[in-house]
Design a protein around this ligand. Structure first.
Ligand code: PLP
Length: 404
C-alpha cells in the first residue's frame, strides 16, 4: 500500500462530529440520549429563506458563480457586516463568499504563513478545534493563548503580549466564543489593538460567526478600533444567525486579502452553492424576526441551563455572554463520582445517564490549573435542558453514594 502523508496522518478534527457518530450509534440501538453535542441552531432556516432557495432552483440558478460569490450577495454582506460593526468602510469587493465561514480559517492561515518557515499563529485555548488543526496542517506553529475562568474566559492581553514574537504572523480571535460563550469586551479589544500597534507584522483573524448572538449590549469588533480595520480579516456567515448550517454560506472581508481568498476558492470548491447564495441574500436583506426570535430563545435557554447547572452537586457554571454554549466546571463532580477527568466523566454521562456533551479536551489541551470542563450546546429545547441536567444531577448523586 502506498504511504499516507504525515500531514494526512496528523490532521486534527472537530470531535463534535466524532461524538455525534457515537450518539447516533447509541440512538440506533434504541438508547434514549439527550444530546448537547452539536453547535447548531435547532430551528429550521426561516421560511422566506427556504422559499428563496426553492425559487433559485426553479429559476434555473444551478451553475457555478464567480469564486468570490454573486455580486448582490457580496454587496448585501458588505453592507450587513459594516452595519453590524459601527459603519466600517467595507465594500463589496472586500467581501468573499465561501461554503461556510470555516474554509476561511485555512485560507487566512495559508495567506499569512509559509509552510515550515517557523511562522507562528496565536489562537485561543480552549477554542474551535479547527484553528489548531489547520495551523498545523498548513505547516505553521500553533501558539495557544490561555483562557481562564476567573476572567470569564476572556484572555489577558498581557499574556498575549508575551506570546508575540517576530515570527507571529496571525492572531485568531473568536467572540462570542466557542466553546465557553465568553466575550472580549471593548476595553480588552482596545488593549489588544494597542499591543498590536507595536507589532505591525501581525494579521488578525476575527472569527465573528456568533456576532448576532451577543447578549450583553451591542457587538463590537476589533476591526472598529482605529488602525485595525486594514489588518483584520472579519469572518461571519449565515450558519448561526439564520439557522443555515447545512446551506454552507460564510463571508469574510479584508481589502487586501479578498482577491487571495478568491483564488483559494477557485483552487478548492470553485464557489459556494449558487442556490444557497440566493437564499443567504434573502436571509440578510429580508425580515429579521426569525433571527431575533432565535436570539431571544437562545438567551432564555442560556439563563435556564446556567441556573440548573449551578444547582447540580459539584458543578459551577459561568453565564455565557454570547453564542449558545455553556462551559461548566466539573472538577468537583469528577472527584465525587471517581472519574479521573472530564473525558471519563463525559463517557460515563453518555453511557450511564444518556446525556451527550463534549469534554474540554475536544477543544485543545486543558489549561493548567483551570480544572475540568464540559461543553453543553444549549441549542436544545427547554424540556431537553431540564431533563438532561436533571439526569446529570441524578447520575452524580447515585454515583457519589457508591464512592462514599
Ligand atoms: C468559532 C466557529 N467558527 C467557525 C465556525 C464555522 O461555521 P460555518 O458553518 O459557517 O462553517 C463555527 C461552527 O461551529 C464556529 O463555532
Amino acid at each position: 500500500m502506498p504511504a499516507l502523508s504525515k500531514r494526512a496522518q496528523s490532521l486534527g478534527t472537530e470531535n463534535a462530529f466524532v461524538v455525534l457518530a457515537e450518539v447516533t450509534a447509541l440512538a440506533a440501538q434504541g438508547k434514549d440520549i439527550i444530546s448537547f453535542c452539536i453547535g447548531q441552531p435547532d430551528f429550521p432556516a426561516p421560511l422566506h429563506v427556504q422559499e428563496a432557495g426553492i425559487r433559485a432552483i426553479r429559476e434555473g440558478k444551478h451553475g457555478y458563480t464567480p469564486s468570490a460569490g454573486i455580486d448582490p450577495l457580496r454587496e448585501a454582506a458588505a453592507k450587513y457586516m459594516a452595519g453590524m460593526r459601527g459603519g466600517l468602510p467595507i465594500r463589496a469587493q472586500d467581501v468573499v463568499i465561501g461554503a461556510g465561514a470555516k474554509p476561511f480559517i485555512a485560507y487566512a492561515i495559508l495567506c499569512t504563513t509559509d509552510f515550515g518557515a517557523g511562522d507562528e499563529v496565536i489562537y485561543p485555548n480552549p477554542g474551535f478545534p479547527i484553528y489548531e488543526s489547520q495551523i498545523i496542517a498548513c505547516g505553521a506553529k500553533p501558539v495557544p493563548v490561555q483562557l481562564r475562568e476567573a476572567r470569564d474566559f476572556a484572555f489577558d492581553p498581557a499574556e498575549l503580549e508575551k506570546l508575540i514574537t517576530p515570527k507571529t504572523k496571525l492572531l485568531v480571535l473568536n467572540y462570542p466564543h466557542n466553546p465557553t460563550g465568553g466575550l472580549l469586551n471593548r476595553s480588552s479589544l482596545e488593549q489588544i489593538a494597542k499591543i498590536l500597534q507595536k507589532h505591525p507584522h501581525v494579521w488578525v483573524y476575527a472569527d465573528e460567526i456568533y456576532s448576532r448572538l451577543c447578549y450583553s449590549g451591542e457587538f463590537f469588533s476589533i476591526a472598529q478600533v482605529p488602525g485595525m480595520y486594514e489588518r483584520t480579516i472579519i469572518s461571519d456567515g449565515a450558519s448561526k444567525t439564520w439557522a443555515m448550517t447545512g446551506w454552507r454560506i460564510g463571508f469574510a472581508s479584508n481589502p487586501e486579502l479578498a482577491p487571495h481568498f478568491t483564488r483559494w476558492i477557485t483552487n478548492t470548491e470553485s464557489c459556494a452553492s449558487q442556490i444557497s447564495q440566493w437564499a443567504a441574500l434573502e436571509a440578510i436583506t429580508g425580515p429579521q424576526d426569525a433571527a431575533e426570535m432565535m436570539k431571544k430563545s437562545f438567551f432564555e435557554r442560556g439563563q435556564l441551563i446556567v441556573r440548573l447547572l449551578n444547582e447540580v452537586p459539584g458543578v459551577t457554571c459561568r453565564t455565557p455572554g454570547g453564542a449558545f454554549y455553556a462551559w461548566p466546571n466539573v472538577t468537583e463532580a469528577c472527584r465525587m463520582v471517581g472519574a479521573k477527568d472530564s473525558e471519563e466523566f463525559r463517557k460515563r454521562l453518555l453511557n450511564e445517564a444518556g446525556v451527550a456533551v463534549l469534554a474540554d479536551i475536544h477543544f485543545g489541551s486543558r489549561v493548567p490549573g483551570e480544572g475540568q470542563h464540559l461543553r453543553f450546546s444549549y441549542a436544545a429545547s427547554k424540556l431537553a435542558i431540564e431533563q438532561g441536567v436533571a439526569r446529570m444531577a441524578d447520575f452524580i448523586r447515585r454515583n457519589t453514594r457508591k464512592v462514599a
